[in-house]
Structure formats: structure tokens, C-alpha cells
Write a protein that binds this ligand. Structure first.
Ligand code: ATP
Ligand code: MG
Length: 537
């Protein structure tokens, strides 16, 4: 179905401000339909032919820009009429109201439904110009006496209809604070020009009870019952609608919308619509506390991991063998890198985190682990990976920890006399493709290095996590063989939108053996180097 602005563009020469006026009218017209217990249609004269040429003379065709059914009564039209073009013969009153710019009412026979319909035509006026006609279409009243509520609602509708034809309604601003505007069925209080209560609907009485206003409020001001009247005063003095939530304790929230009624530029009263939204707010609070719980869990996991690290370290100190102590130290480091992820997650409500927040402390950890100050190693990060989901961040943090540690451990051995060097981590993210490069300018890999066979525990962990947890690709090679500082280059490529990363369902895990095609920025490896591709399975 075409939108109002599309239909207006197609059939009319209305300018943007006029179209926006009509859009604001239908944005809030559920209220109007409910007040008048009838279908509302919005017509505008067709000013453009199908071939784009402009029509002149009296309008004789009208396009339906909008249609709304009341929630307080039955509809007359089962079909959606939006986009239909009707002639002046179909809708004689619409043509007449367009010409005269006045509200008119009569009974006509609508041929499409073969029924008599009571039609009221309300010109929609903006800056003294009729830009549309809103019709209220209802079944003719036959001998039924409407009750007080119905009479009051219809009277409110008539006052709003006069405002439409005077250009005072819809209001020039959107009522921005109301994500869920209250509806007529929620409860209506009618205020007179001095702000006293003229009428209260049964649902409004219940809503007022919820915030502690008991008794018969008719003829009284709500402020006398302790109601915060600022919303009413603001609507009266600014001649604009105001919406505000009123809380009573933590259990009750009622939202009030105050719509001023204007006649000849004067506020002659207001409609206060109230809705008990305690249930909605309770749900919001529950969600909020669920977030807090998840954060708390991450916090505890981090604490537990730190405790495990401390226990291991204590145990390591008692060991005589330097090899055993080194092994324990390494385990402590690995645990710390996972703890870092949980620490970051405990600070974020979301389940994705800015990866740089995790990478920085991992770099610091590698820096701290350097033993010889004569061989300073400088670490640097380039680029950004943006926010990454928790499933990706944890294994990636462990992987980077291993790779940085390898640079510290192996790239600058004292016998090579390189006197330290530079290690650079490059992150690049193009949509859902993440590439991570870790490059050092150290001694490079041994000529017979084989990632699949001879690697130690560190690179085995890296390969396992990249290929199985992340479903990515890994390549490790000497960057510039034959030079003084050949350096080692590790390339990772991960596809973040891969199904096994988005779902937590175990079944979605990537079957090992089939590699996603991900391109690592930087192009193919230079001539003469021997890239070592990890192969899964
Ligand atoms: N940046 C690097 N520069 C030079 N050689 C490296 C580099 N990274 C890894 N290597 C070589 O690859 C080998 C395997 O690394 P890996 O991390 O798997 O084991 P490790 O570091 O020796 O032991 P662990 O990580 O379990 O302490 C290393 O022993 C080293 O020879
Ligand atoms: Mg290692």
C-alpha cells in the first residue's frame, strides 16, 4: 500500500509542509475516530493526471490518503480505501466542502457498500488553504438515545473538528515524549476553560484511583487532590499538547496526555487522556534487572578466574623446576586474558563489546611480561574492529594474547642482537569481515616451521580457536625472508555474520573441514615466502 507522501506526490501538487500537516493529522487520528465512533477518511483533490500534467479548474476527482476505523464502534468499510480515486459524483459533499471550506454534514448513499451513510466533511486547513477533507462516515442514527459518555465524546470530536477546519489541529509539533500515546479507551477527563473537571470516563476514574485520587472529581480541580498540575498548566498556556508519566511508588505509573481545545485562538478547555502503564513499566524494570544480573555474572566469572590465577601462581612459586614454573606462569596469563573479557562484559549491558577495550589491556599484559629492558619491544594497534559479539571476543582475546606473547618470547632472542623491536596489531573491519594482522620485525620463523606439525601449545591453541570456535582462517609466515629483520606475520580472517557465530545453537557450529572464503587485506604473500595455511580437520 502506498504511503501518504507517495500518494500525495503522485496525485497532488501539495508542498512538503502541507503533506507533513496531513501526516501529523493521521498520525494521531485514532483518537479522533474513537471520539466520534466512526470511520474517518482523508481525501485530497487530484491535481495531477496520470501522465504528470497538472489539472486546472474545480476539483472533480479525490484520492483517499488515509482511512482509520474506530476501536469504539463498528466500521462501515471492510475494504481498505487508501489510494482509491473517487469522483465528485461519488462524494458530492467532499467536493462541496472543498469549494466552500466549511464543515458540512448530510446523508448520502455510498454505492460501493450500497448503504446510506451519514457523512460529515471537515476541511483540513493549513495557512488558510484547504489541503484535504476529512470525512466522518457513520451509520445513520435511528431512534437510539446516546448515553452521556457517547455524547461527551462526540462533542469533543466536534470541538477538535472545528480546530481542524480553523487550522489549529493537528498541532505544529509532534508530541515527542509519547512512544505509546494513550487512547480514548484508556480513560478520558474533560476539563473546562478554568481547568475544572467536567466529565470523567469510567476508565479515567480507575486510572485516577491508581494514583490516589478518590472521590467525585467533577467540578473540582485535580490539583485539589494533589495532582501535579504542571502538565495541565503547560497545555493551557502553550496551547500545545503535553504528555507526562505520573508515578506513585514503584508499582504504579499512569501516563497523561493533555490536549488543549482551542476556539478562536483561546483555550476553552482540555482533554486529559490517561492510561495505566504500570504493567509496561514493570516489564521494563524486569528487563533492566536482567541486564544487571548478566553483568553481575560476568563480574563473578572474572573474580573466579582471578582467584584461579592467584592459586596457580602460589603453586608455581613452590615449584623447583624453572620449566614447570614457566608453564604455570603461562597458564596464569591465559586465564588473565579470559578474565579481561569478562571484566569488559561486566561493564557493558550489551552482549557485544568494543574490541579495542579488550585489546589494550592484553597489549599491556604482553609489555609487562618482557624480561629484558635492554630489548625494548614497542606495541602498537592500528585500525579498529568496532563492537564484537561476546562469542567472538573471548576466543579472539586468547588468540591475540598467544600471538603477542610469541613475539615477546621468540621474535627478539638475545643471540640475534636485534635489541628489541616493534610489534603491530592491525585490525580492519569491512562490514562483517574482520581481518587481524599481528606483525613483528624480529627473526622470523625457522625455515622448517610447520604450523600443523611442529607448533607448540601456544599456536595449537590459536589454530584450534580460530578454526573451530571462530570458523576463520589463519596464516603464519615469515614476512621478508632473507633480510636483517625478516619478521613474522600472522593473519586471521573471520566472517562475523557466519551462522555459527550468530546463533548459540550448538547445531549451528561450522562443520570442520569447510573453510569460508575470506580475503585477508594486504594481498597475496610476497614472492618467495612460504605461507603456512592452517587447515581444519
Ligand atoms: N613471532 C615469532 N617470531 C619467531 N618465531 C616464532 C614466533 N611465533 C612463534 N614462533 C615459533 O613458533 C614456535 C611455536 O610457537 P608456540 O606459541 O606454538 O609455542 P611456544 O611459544 O614455543 O610455546 P608456548 O606458546 O606453549 O609457550 C615457537 O617455539 C617459535 O619457534
Ligand atoms: Mg607461544
Amino acid at each position: 500500500m502506498a504511503s501518504l507522501s507517495e500518494l500525495a506526490r503522485q496525485h497532488t501538487t501539495l508542498d512538503r509542509a502541507a503533506v507533513e500537516h496531513l501526516q501529523r493529522l493521521i498520525a494521531g487520528w485514532g483518537l479522533l475516530a474513537d471520539f466520534c465512533f466512526a470511520d474517518l477518511l482523508l481525501f485530497t483533490p487530484v491535481e495531477r493526471e496520470a501522465d504528470g500534467t497538472t489539472r486546472t479548474g474545480d476539483p472533480d476527482h479525490f484520492v483517499v490518503l488515509g482511512h482509520i476505523r474506530p476501536t469504539t464502534s463498528q466500521t462501515l468499510y471492510r475494504n481498505d480505501l487508501v489510494g482509491e480515486v473517487m469522483t465528485a459524483e461519488d462524494r458530492p459533499l467532499v467536493a462541496r466542502a472543498t469549494r466552500h471550506g466549511q464543515i458540512i454534514e448530510d446523508e448520502i448513499t455510498v454505492t460501493s457498500i450500497r448503504e446510506r451513510v451519514r457523512v460529515q466533511c471537515i476541511p483540513v486547513v493549513r495557512e488558510s488553504r484547504v489541503i484535504g477533507i476529512m470525512t466522518r462516515d457513520s451509520a445513520p442514527l435511528v431512534g437510539r438515545q446516546p448515553g452521556e459518555l457517547e455524547r461527551t465524546y462526540v462533542a469533543i470530536f466536534h470541538r477538535l473538528a472545528s480546530m481542524i477546519s480553523a487550522g489549529d489541529y493537528p498541532f505544529p509539533t509532534d508530541d515527542a515524549d509519547s512512544e505509546e500515546p494513550p487512547r480514548v479507551g484508556d480513560g478520558v477527563v474533560l476539563l473546562d476553560r478554568s481547568g475544572r473537571v467536567e466529565f470523567t470516563s469510567p476508565n479515567a476514574i480507575s486510572a485516577l484511583h491508581r494514583i490516589g485520587i478518590h472521590g467525585n472529581t467533577e467540578g473540582m480541580r485535580l490539583v485539589d487532590y494533589g495532582f501535579d498540575e504542571r502538565i495541565i498548566r503547560s497545555a493551557f498556556s502553550n496551547k500545545l499538547p503535553v504528555t507526562r508519566e505520573v508515578e506513585r511508588g514503584i508499582e504504579t505509573t499512569v501516563v497523561f496526555s493533555c490536549i488543549p481545545l482551542i476556539e478562536a485562538g483561546e483555550v476553552t478547555g482540555a482533554v486529559l487522556i490517561c492510561r495505566d502503564i504500570s504493567d509496561l513499566r514493570r516489564r521494563d524494570r524486569l528487563l533492566l534487572s536482567k541486564d544487571a544480573t548478566i553483568r553481575e555474572i560476568h563480574h563473578r566469572v572474572k573474580n573466579n578466574l582471578q582467584t584461579i590465577g592467584s592459586l596457580l601462581r602460589l603453586q608455581g612459586r613452590r615449584l623447583g623446576s624453572p620449566e614447570a614454573r614457566a608453564a604455570i606462569e603461562e597458564s596464569v596469563r591465559r586465564i588473565r586474558s579470559i578474565a579481561l573479557v569478562h571484566e569488559t562484559l561486566s561493564r557493558n549491558a550489551e552482549d557485544d563489546v568494543p574490541f579495542l577495550e579488550i585489546l589494550k589491556p592484553i597489549l599491556r599484559m604482553a609489555e609487562e611480561s618482557m624480561v629484558t629492558p635492554e630489548n625494548p619491544i614497542y606495541f602498537r594497534v592500528e585500525g579498529d574492529a568496532g563492537r564484537l559479539p561476546a562469542q567472538v571476543v573471548t576466543p579472539l582475546a586468547v588468540v591475540l594474547n598467544e600471538l603477542l606473547q610469541n613475539a615477546v618470547d621468540h621474535a627478539y632472542p638475545p643471540e640475534a642482537e636485534l635489541h628489541g623491536g616493534h610489534v603491530k596489531v592491525t585490525l580492519s573491519r569491512v562490514e562483517e569481515n574482520l581481518a587481524v594482522l599481528v606483525a613483528d620485525d624480529g627473526v622470523g620463523l625457522a625455515p622448517d616451521f610447520d604450523l600443523t606439525a611442529g607448533a607448540g601449545l601456544g599456536l595449537t591453541i590459536v589454530r584450534t580457536l580460530v578454526e573451530t570456535e571462530l570458523g576463520g582462517r589463519l596464516a603464519v609466515r615469515t614476512a621478508k625472508p632473507g633480510t636483517v629483520r625478516p619478521g613474522t606475520l600472522v593473519e586471521l580472517a573471520i566472517q562475523l555474520d557466519a551462522p555459527w557465530l550468530s546463533g548459540d545453537d550448538e547445531m549451528l557450529r561450522r562443520p570442520t573441514g569447510e573453510m569460508p572464503a575470506v580475503v585477508v587485506p594486504g594481498g597475496p604473500p610476497p614472492e618467495g615466502s612460504a605461507p603456512v595455511e592452517g587447515s581444519a580437520g
